[in-house]
Ligand binder design. Structure first.
Ligand code: ZN
Ligand code: ZN
Length: 455
């Protein structure tokens, strides 16, 4: 299914366009696109967003959301396969020779009780598959914007079939919030079954960006993450006889402080990394020296090299602090790195530059947000693009009106963060910008073979 036709380069398309004077020439040729998206939003996407917002579902049990997405994408003329990696949905539109390009949208909500005050706020509840408790559910990360936009993109790409050539793969991903879904879809043979994309795209709506704007970095919008446990084996004793034991709380404290030198003294200052000890548990009572302490860490990186420095350093510090405390080799602190590691989301720099230039050309200079689109949060999207390596761009789409930022700056209500019960997105500009930016990018990456053939 993967038609490897990478011969149609951007410059060759541009050259042949000049020769033919084709109406498909880039730069304003999709002038009607904004109006078509406006109409689609009013008629179809606005009620669809409201439906998704009021019917959020938790990670891995997004059953009704997946059903609705499958129906919407089938109605848009795509070939749809359900239950890929759990509740995942894959929609394919084959449209002649050309590259295969994927666009991913994640669809899960969060166990949060919505307190946004919106008239269409969620009151939905669901049994949490982790705890078994009946909990409130909310689209507190804006994934409802992602899936609504994906439907908008599907409808536009179907309507504009004459203007592109190749294969479009839309990925509706479950369980992003538990960083499970992307890997589950890959483990279910996503690329073996549907083809390996030549390019990958994804976006996240952001409450920290002005609505109607796009943020795109040439680097890494999201960090890689590792979960690490350090088990400290002490020797228990009476609290009044510390010399008779090996105090794991004192040793654990020394380890916590020594870990602070990893980022500050061992990483090159321009290479970001984070080592956070989020939990430190030991002991039962005032006058007992415990025989065990457990530290729980999250470790963030933006490259394999940084990851190695941090993980090797944690092991070296933990074990050697154990030696400093006089522990024998078979009692040194154990460092356990969970296999639930997430690689960093790394944009392909050339592709990011190409799309930024395209968006400026098609949507205007002011479309690109001045705010940097990078942080040390983690995403599971890179499971789609790391092995095999697929040049990809993960961009940000604004979700908060500029007036709200101004009022927050002037001492008004602060902008609620993602995952907050107060979280809210202004859906209209976010969905429309998401669709328009995605459609422009897809038309760029899936150039029409008819244009070159006509010459
Ligand atoms: Zn989230
Ligand atoms: Zn999210």
């Amino acid at each position: 299914m993967n038609k490897k036709c990478r011969l149609v380069t951007l410059s060759s398309v541009g050259f042949s366009l000049m020769l033919s004077g084709s109406i498909f020439a880039h730069g304003g040729e999709h002038a009607g696109l904004t109006e078509q998206i406006n109409t689609d939003y009013k008629v179809h996407l606005a009620p669809l967003f409201k439906h998704f917002h009021q019917n959020p579902e938790l990670s891995t049990v997004e059953n009704k959301t997946a059903d609705r997405m499958a129906k919407e994408l089938r109605d848009a003329g795509f070939d749809v396969t359900e239950n890929v990696g759990g509740t995942g949905v894959v929609a394919i539109l084959e449209n002649g020779d050309g590259p295969l390009v994927s666009m991913r949208a994640d669809m899960d909500g969060l166990p949060v009780e919505e307190k946004s005050g919106l008239p269409y706020a969620s009151t939905a509840k669901q049994v949490d598959p982790i705890t078994g408790n009946d909990v409130f559910v909310m689209h507190a990360c804006g994934h409802d914007v992602h899936i609504t936009s994906l439907v908008g993109t599907a409808r536009r790409m179907q309507a504009m079939k004459d203007e592109w050539s190749g294969t479009l793969m839309l990925i509706v991903q479950p369980a992003e919030e538990r960083v499970l879904g992307a890997k589950a879809m890959m483990d279910d043979g996503l690329y073996e079954r549907f083809g390996t994309p030549d390019f990958g795209l994804a976006f996240h709506v952001s409450s920290g960006l002005e609505a109607g704007k796009i943020a795109v970095t040439d680097g890494s919008p999201y960090a890689g993450a590792d979960t690490v446990d350090i088990i400290i084996h002490g020797v228990g004793a009476h609290g009044a006889s510390p010399h008779a034991g090996k105090d794991p709380i004192v040793l654990g404290s020394q380890i916590v402080l020594a870990l602070q030198t990893l980022v500050s003294r061992e990483l090159p200052p321009r290479d970001p990394g984070v080592v956070t000890v989020g939990s430190f548990h030991s002991g039962t009572k005032h006058n007992i020296i415990s025989d065990r302490a457990v530290l729980q860490l999250t470790v963030r990186n933006t490259s394999k090299a940084t990851r190695k420095v941090l993980l090797d350093g944690i092991k070296r510090i933990a074990e050697n602090m154990g030696r400093v405390a006089g522990l024998p080799d078979d009692k040194l602190p154990e460092v356990i790195v969970s296999n639930e590691s997430v690689p960093p989301t790394n944009n392909n720099p050339e592709l990011a530059q190409r799309l930024r230039a395209l968006w400026i050309k098609e949507m205007g200079e002011e479309i690109i947000s001045k705010k940097p689109n990078k942080g040390m949060g983690a995403e599971d999207y890179p499971f789609f693009t790391t092995e095999p390596y697929i040049p990809s761009v993960y961009f940000g789409v604004g979700g908060t009106p500029e007036a709200d930022f101004k009022s927050a700056k002037a001492g008004g209500a602060p902008i609620p963060s993602h995952h907050s019960p107060l979280f809210k997105i202004t859906p209209e500009p976010a969905v429309k910008t998401g669709v328009e930016a995605t459609v422009h990018a897809l038309l760029e990456l899936l150039p029409s073979s008819k244009i070159t053939k006509n010459n």
